[in-house]
Design a protein. Structure first.
Length: 190
């Protein structure tokens, strides 16, 4: 079974909305506007590209990332790997043609089936709504969380407020940086 990894920039109060400057959110761009850049804090991002063998995105994140990532040297490895977009509304003509192989999945059942295939880890970037649904469905195996020392208040959250049984996590890696960022890698305990 393939490992499904949810990777997120998250504020201390759980907000994941518009970390890179996406329009429409009051605190848009909070990752670079509010915290000093420290290259070693982002080393996990390079490691994710090396270790992942596929990327899973929701439609909104796909549309945002596919507009810029295909031409960015920082994300060159993602251009080569297969991408899967979970959407009930995206059509084939909505896919970009310069970002490699992309498959549209229509349900979480199709994500579960993808996890059963041969291959290495699948990384989920952004995709707040998808990540919440994947977590609630018990499909996420690991979290890569870069936690920012910020309280943002309102905004899309990484985790849902669904009433469900406790889900235990095991901390397998952590690091604190002088700019206040913390890396926390958790495996989901089954």
């Amino acid at each position: 079974m393939r490992t499904l990894i949810s990777s997120a920039f998250v504020s201390l109060d759980g907000v994941v909305e518009a970390p890179g400057g996406e329009p429409g959110y009051r605190n848009s761009g909070w990752t670079f506007k509010e915290v000093d850049f420290l290259p070693e804090a982002y080393a996990i991002k390079g490691r994710e590209q090396e270790e992942a063998t596929a990327m899973l995105l929701g439609r909104v994140s796909y549309e945002s990332f596919s507009a810029v990532w295909p031409d960015m040297e920082d994300f060159a490895r993602y251009k080569e790997m297969p991408k899967y977009v979970v959407s009930t509304t995206l059509t084939e003509d909505g896919l970009v043609d310069n970002w490699g192989e992309t498959t549209i999945l229509r349900s979480l059942d199709e994500v579960a089936a993808l996890k059963e295939t041969e291959g290495g880890p699948i990384i989920v970037h952004g995709s707040a709504s998808l990540s919440r649904a994947l977590s609630d469905a018990g499909l996420i195996d690991r979290y890569h969380l870069l936690v920012f020392p910020l309280l943002l208040g309102a905004g899309k959250r990484l985790f849902s407020d669904t009433d469900k049984d406790t889900q235990k996590l095991k901390l397998v890696e952590h690091e604190a940086y002088v700019n206040g960022l913390q890396l926390n890698v958790f495996d989901v305990v089954r």
